[in-house]
Design a protein around this ligand. Structure first.
Ligand SMILES: [Zn+2]
Length: 136
C-alpha cells in the first residue's frame, strides 16, 4: 500500500527503531510514545487493522511475539510493573498491537505524546535490545 506509514517503515523507506524483525513481523519503538518504551508489533502484510477481521493463525503468532517482547520490556526497562497490550487500530489501518509498559506511580494518559530526540529514542532501544541492531 503506497500511502501506508507502516508499509513504509517495513520497507525501510522510513527509518525506525527496531526491536525485533523476522520475515512476517516487525517490532519497533513508537516514535511518539504515550509512555517510555511504547512498542508496536506490526504484521508485515498489509492487513486490516481490525483484529476481528484477521485470521486466527496470525493473531496467535502476534500474541506469542507480543508476550516475548513484553517480557523483554519488563526485564530491561527500569520500574516497569508489567506491559499492557492494546489493539485498537483506529490510527493506522494496518494490523498492529501496541505494547505499553506500565510504570510504578505513573498513570497512563492516552492523549499524551512524549517528545523524544533521536538520541533518546536510540538510548531506549539499546536499553531494550543491548548494542545489537535488533533482537532475533
Ligand atoms: Zn500497510
Amino acid at each position: 500500500m503506497v500511502d501506508c506509514i507502516f508499509c513504509k517503515l517495513i520497507s525501510g523507506e522510513l527509518p525506525s527503531y527496531k526491536i525485533f524483525e523476522d520475515d512476517k513481523y516487525l517490532v519497533i519503538l513508537d516514535r511518539f510514545p504515550t509512555v517510555k518504551g511504547m512498542t508496536l508489533v506490526i504484521s508485515k502484510n498489509h492487513l486490516s487493522s481490525y483484529f476481528a477481521e484477521v485470521e486466527d493463525e496470525i493473531l496467535s503468532e502476534m500474541m506469542a511475539l507480543s508476550k516475548k517482547i513484553a517480557k523483554q520490556l519488563d526485564s530491561k526497562l527500569e520500574g516497569v510493573l508489567r506491559t499492557m497490550l492494546e489493539v485498537e487500530g483506529l490510527d493506522v489501518d494496518h494490523l498492529h498491537f501496541k505494547l505499553l509498559p506500565a510504570y510504578e506511580n505513573e498513570k497512563i494518559d492516552h492523549l499524551k505524546r512524549l517528545e523524544l530526540s533521536d538520541d533518546e529514542m536510540e538510548e531506549i532501544r539499546k536499553e531494550i535490545v543491548g548494542e545489537s541492531r535488533a533482537l532475533v
